[in-house]
Design a protein around this ligand. Structure first.
Ligand code: GLN
Ligand code: ZN
Length: 768
């Protein structure tokens, strides 16, 4: 029999119960016991739900109070020294406070001093962030936490037999870092494996029959030692607990050259992501030894669309025909961590659009139905199959999705490759004459503090308690105050403050055709932080100007230039759920066209400086290097489509929230923004060398104020930072600005921080 399975269920709860519980616990309003009870209640609910839905294999240990990579670090005892308790002679006191100290840092650590959190970074190409394991020199791995075992037992006591999920040893190491950059974490494999062996043995002894080991790193370009490490690991692990059946799970892409090796490992089953990489199936069917089972990832775990049953069944039936139903498991393409929990909660969603969607619960229902079809024949789900066919067909042919005019415009611009009228050197002179800015011009990244008052006003306007006129007056008041403040302290290029925006993507999405919004479509970003991405379902089109009235109002208040502020097309796309019925590039061009029109309107309204934020440009990079060039090609072209049609005198800025540009510097230069602001105050300043080496010609604003920290830099701190920047970049090329927007800071911090910034720049200018 084909079996219905799941690789992982979302942890946060359909109504973000985990987020609430965590925040209460951190605020001291819920004790540890209370937190643990709420977490257990969520796990129970999730297991029971999956059981009711009819899954044959239900995951355990997919739950986490913060992050599953951090959990694994604790399981194997990879706790950096700075979080270990003093006085326990190296024996680990592993309690929740150690766990959360690693995740979030502490004001007063074991030695009384503040300890920053561990580094966090993106989980592959998702918007989930994991805690980067640290392998210190004197680390000796040992089984330190029995969480996987405890959760298996917890499910069993509820009468539910689960399949524990572990992050596999090779991916766990590759996702972490050693104390020396030239030392691959894979060198630690020998020391790590015994802990996995012990854990598997204990799971077997507790009654587990299947264990899922996730090795998502297999879809990356691997270092040469990685595949041998995989082989070594799985040979050892399969011997360690011979009664256990190991499922090796890969996801997010094609295994490429690793596929053959993986298929010949001594494991019971291999999971393949057939949504991202359906082409793997034929090779796998041809090469899989007769003892191997395949887990087919046929339901998209990364996106919110209803599965096309016809398409999925074609793959499933092909696999069953070749291997027989005993050797097939059906599953989502990856863990359902990356999709919202339950579409049923979206009672306000347009009924037709709702038909096209599936969230985690619906995706599991789909898997169960597809399993029935595989086992009992298509007629067993004839009714569901027909409904699915109709929904898929209606979506495919809906006039709400397709707009011939937009398609035509995109086709046309894609052949044009937009460019500014004149080269940068010419624009630079014209902009100087026009804007009359001093050396080392100062500016900010756009947002000013989003105070409770601002949030309350936006909410009141949204639910009708504040009328349009009242809201307009409120926002204008905030803008005016902010303009006056910037003038007073002497910033050179001003901003209106973005008070009207709840979020830099949502604000624009709400004013574009082709987007839909959910009420409860939350997905975990990291820890307790959740995001609710909009969904791009159809051709994107601007209904009218989106930002012009605020920018024009702000400009009317001052003679200094006010920067217009837009979110770029790549970022709009990356931070939304995207269509799966056309390539990402196509969607990006549509967004670019809408933003292009906005840029035109801003310019026509007298805005002389326009910033197009692209903080997500880098995270859009494909997982495999071989695909970078084509992505960067269209991503950069989209940016230029937005920005290039302005006059030479109009200055285009872009902003990115990171500083690693070494490997994409050419693409950054090709964007040809007149000014690029980046994060730099936290990162090592050496990162600027990429620009120096490349002889990056346009202007750069390396952030000198870390907006993620409550620390207010003094005038002399700023001066030092500036002088260090001026050691590597000529003053004519440098702007001075914070790392990012100020929306999460308080005015009490922003006022002195920006005042000091301007003072420092003035002091440095006199010395040049
Ligand atoms: N303009 C945005 C702001 O200032 C940019 C935010 C970002 O880069 N993430 O908030
Ligand atoms: Zn930023």
């Amino acid at each position: 029999m084909v079996q219905a399975t799941n690789l992982g269920y979302p942890r946060i709860g359909a109504k973000r119960e985990l987020k609430r519980a965590l925040e209460q616990f951190w605020a001291g309003k819920l004790d540890e016991q209370g937190l643990r009870e709420q977490a257990a209640a969520l796990r129970r609910e999730h297991w029971q739900l999956q059981q009711r839905l009819g899954l044959d294999q239900i995951p355990a240990n997919d739950f986490s109070l913060y992050d599953h990579v951090l959990d694994m670090a604790l399981v194997v005892g990879a706790v950096p020294r700075r979080y270990r308790r003093a006085g326990d002679n190296g024996a680990l006191a592993l309690d929740l406070s150690t766990y959360f100290a690693m995740a979030r840092g502490v004001e007063a650590g074991p030695a009384g001093e503040a300890v920053p959190p561990m580094e966090m970074t993106k989980w592959f190409d998702t918007n989930y962030h994991y805690i980067v394991p640290e392998f210190e020199e004197d680390l000796s791995f040992r089984l330190t936490s029995t969480k996987p075992l405890d959760e298996f037992n917890e499910a069993r006591s509820l009468g539910i037999h689960t399949r524990p999920v572990l992050l596999g040893p090779v991916s766990f190491l590759l996702l972490g870092k050693t104390h020396r950059e030239d030392l691959s974490p894979l060198g630690l494999l020998e020391q790590l494996l015994p802990v996995y062996e012990e854990l598997l043995q204990r799971l077997a002894a507790a009654g587990a029959d299947w264990v899922q080991l996730d090795e998502p790193c297999l879809v990356l370009d691997l270092e040469p030692a990685a595949l041998p490490a995989i082989e070594q690991s799985y040979i050892r692990l399969s011997q360690a607990a011979p009664s256990l059946r190991l499922l090796l799970a890969t996801y997010f892409g094609d295994l490429g050259p690793a596929l053959s090796t993986v298929l010949h490992l001594p494991v019971a089953a291999v999971h393949l992501d057939l949504v991202r990489a359906p082409q793997q199936l034929e090779r796998a069917l041809a090469e899989a030894p007769s003892s191997l089972m395949l887990s087919l990832g046929i339901v998209d775990g990364r996106n919110v669309w209803r599965t096309d049953f016809e398409q999925a069944l074609a793959l499933i039936e092909r696999a069953v025909e070749r291997l027989g139903s005993e050797r097939i498991l059906l599953a989502p393409s990856c863990s359902l961590l990356h999709v919202p929990v339950d579409l049923e909660l979206e009672s306000e969603l347009d009924a037709e659009l709702k038909q096209w969607l599936a969230f985690a619960n619906q995706k599991l229902q789909e898997i169960v139905l597809l399993t029935r079809a595989a086992n009992e024949g298509r007629q067993a789900i004839a009714h569901e199959l027909e409904r699915n066919r109709q929904a898929v067909e209606r979506r495919r042919t809906s006039p709400r999705i397709h707009n011939e005019e937009i398609d035509q415009r995109v086709r046309q611009v894609r052949t044009q490759h937009a460019r500014r009228q004149s080269p940068y050197a010419v624009r630079r002179q014209r902009q100087r004459a026009q804007l009359q800015l001093p050396l080392l011009p100062t500016t900010t990244i756009g947002s000013f503090p989003q105070t409770d008052e601002v949030r309350a006003a936006r909410a009141a306007f949204k639910n009708g308690r504040l009328d349009a006129a009242g809201y307009e007056a409120f926002i204008r008041g905030e803008i005016e105050r902010t303009i006056r403040f910037q003038e007073e302290i002497g910033l050179d290029v001003l901003v209106h403050g973005e008070f009207e925006r709840s979020d830099m993507v949502e604000y624009f999405a709400e004013q574009l055709d082709g987007f839909l919004f959910t009420r409860n479509g939350w997905v975990q970003s990291y820890g307790s932080r959740c995001v609710r991405p909009p969904v791009i379902y159809g051709d994107v089109q601007r209904r009218g100007p989106m930002t012009v009235r605020w920018s024009a109002f702000a400009q009317s208040l001052t003679t200094r230039p006010v920067k217009g502020m837009l979110t770029g097309p790549v970022t709009m796309m990356q931070w939304s759920f995207v269509r799966d019925d056309q390539p990402r590039a196509e969607t990006c061009y549509q967004l670019a066209l809408a933003l292009h029109d906005e840029v035109q309107d801003l310019e026509a309204a007298g805005i002389r400086v326009i910033q197009i934020d692209e903080p997500a440009l880098r995270e859009g990079l494909p997982l495999r290097r071989s695909e970078w060039a084509s992505y960067l090609d269209w991503a950069v072209d989209c940016f230029r489509l937005v920005s290039a049609s302005v006059r030479d005198e109009t200055q285009i800025h872009t902003h990115m929230c990171y500083a690693e540009f070494g490997d994409i510097i050419e693409a950054i230069a090709a964007m040809d923004a007149d000014v690029l602001s980046i994060e730099a105050s936290r990162s090592r300043l050496e990162l600027l060398n990429a620009f120096v080496r490349y002889r990056y010609p346009n202007e750069i604003g390396p952030g000198v104020y870390d907006v993620h920290s409550p620390h207010v830099p003094s005038v002399s701190e700023y001066e030092q930072r500036l002088l260090r920047i001026l050691e590597v970049l000529p003053a004519e090329q440098v702007w001075v600005n914070p790392d990012c927007g100020l929306k999460t800071r308080r005015w009490e911090e922003v006022r002195p921080a920006l005042t000091n910034l301007v003072q420092a720049v003035r002091a440095v200018r006199t010395r040049l």
